[in-house]
Design a binder for this molecule. Structure first.
Ligand SMILES: NC(=O)c1ccc[n+]([C@@H]2O[C@H](COP(=O)([O-])OP(=O)(O)OC[C@H]3O[C@@H](n4cnc5c(N)ncnc54)[C@H](O)[C@@H]3O)[C@@H](O)[C@H]2O)c1
Length: 370
């Protein structure tokens, strides 16, 4: 249960307040949203409802849902189909319900509605445009032909360069420290993936006292990691030396069980990527397990060593903590609000397919807050 009230969140997000004021009249717009159901999203949801938009909301990740946020979004007038840790079947049904609800526009974090439609070959003539916030969602769209324009805002410097690069690392380690009362001093930390999330995880791990190593499959980014001063190698090579492993790739089973079997006694496993399956969990969950702390399960490996899994492998910063600071998320959410203003206006006229959100749109969110 968060201690942050909606009033406190609003008071510390002045860019969002300004972006919401700039939204057009949204009467007749049916916006289906899929996002983390976090108190920080509420000022936008209230703003959209206040502009007359009909809203259907589900989560992009059942583990990050806050039930009190669901209640607050319902009170703001949104139809919300989500609850904390909803099972996969219920979540998929919620996505289907969102489609059946007949949206005119989609605002997504992970492309779940779009992927659902495209994978089933369904036609949705009423959808005019969409907005996608995550690298994982953009990757899922590669090689597909969405029949409406989708605006990618993950790759913007004001999103990737700020939120991904600076917030995820800070808030992941803050959650780890808060929930375990362990810092990274004297610990060797393996960061898997060196995109903007991995870069922030690595830099923050050092700031929090850790000795950092990086595993990255892209040769340019691996070299960038070396230029940044990190020792690099493959997951299989480096993992046996790690006291803490954190993933931030958007990939599947980037820490496979064959690697987990060889980990040091007491090694921690955390994931800060979008997908819960970055760590191969199934064989780990089949081992003898103890709930060591509310946020930590301890699994006994066949080797006799134990590994500690943080918040079940769900997104560490959002499930184990509160995620971004309000002042930093103010920028991110203001860009999202400007993006929504775009997809319900000029953006509808763009060609089908994926486009970067235009500069003229996102820079409206940029002026310093007063
Ligand atoms: N926790 C959060 O709050 C939060 C916030 C933003 C983004 N994300 C998520 O974090 C993930 C990473 O985001 P990003 O912006 O850095 O993405 P990115 O695509 O820029 O970087 C991911 C990197 O991981 C590397 N990678 C992929 N598979 C790998 C493997 N098997 N081993 C080693 N490296 C591998 C890729 O080569 C790439 O360089 C995504 O899933 C994104 O959705 C999480």
């Amino acid at each position: 249960m968060t201690e942050i009230t909606p009033a406190w969140a609003k008071a510390h997000m002045p860019r969002v307040a300004r972006a919401v004021e700039n939204l057009p009249d949204m009467t007749g717009i049916r916006l289906a949203m899929s996002m983390h159901l976090d108190m920080k999203m509420l000022p936008l949801v209230e703003g959209l409802a206040g502009r007359g938009a009909a809203l259907f909301i589900t989560t992009c990740n059942p583990a990050t849902v806050r039930n009190e946020v669901v209640d607050a979004m319902r009170a703001a007038g949104a139809r919300v189909d989500a609850f904390k840790d909803m099972p996969e079947d219920d979540w998929q049904r919620a996505i289907e319900n969102g489609i059946d609800w007949g949206p005119t526009h989609l605002c997504e974090m992970g492309s779940d509605y779009t992927h659902f439609l495209l994978s089933r070959g369904l036609e949705l003539p009423d959808v005019k445009a969409g907005l996608e916030a995550t690298g994982s969602g953009i990757n899922r769209l590669q090689g597909t032909l969405p029949p409406w324009p989708i605006f990618n805002w993950d790759d913007l410097p004001v999103k990737e360069g700020l939120h991904n690069r600076h917030m995820v690392g800070l808030t992941t380690w803050n959650a780890f420290f808060t929930r375990t009362l362990l810092s990274l001093h004297e610990k060797t930390v393996l960061v898997v993936g060196y995109g903007s999330v991995g870069q922030g995880l690595a830099a923050s791990a050092r700031a929090f006292g850790g000795t950092v190593m990086v595993a990255e499959i892209d040769p340019a980014r691996r070299l960038q990691a070396r230029y940044d001063g990190w020792r690099t190698g493959s997951v299989a090579e480096l993992a046996p030396e790690a006291d803490v492993i954190v993933t931030g790739t958007g990939g599947h089973h980037v820490v496979p069980f064959s690697v987990i079997e060889g980990l040091k006694d007491g090694c921690f496993l955390l994931n800060s990527g979008h997908r819960i399956d970055e760590i191969e969990l199934e064989p780990l969950l089949a081992l003898p397990v103890k709930q060591a702390l509310p946020a930590v399960t301890t699994h006994s490996l066949p080797s006799g060593n134990r590994v500690h899994l943080f918040v079940g492998g769900a997104m560490a910063n959002l499930t184990g903590g509160e995620g971004d600071s309000l002042n930093a998320f103010d920028m991110t959410l203001a860009v999202m609000a400007e993006g929504i203003g775009h997809i319900v206006g000029e953006g509808e006229k763009a060609a089908s397919g994926v486009h970067l959100l235009p500069r003229a749109v996102w820079e409206r969110a940029c002026p310093d807050p007063l």
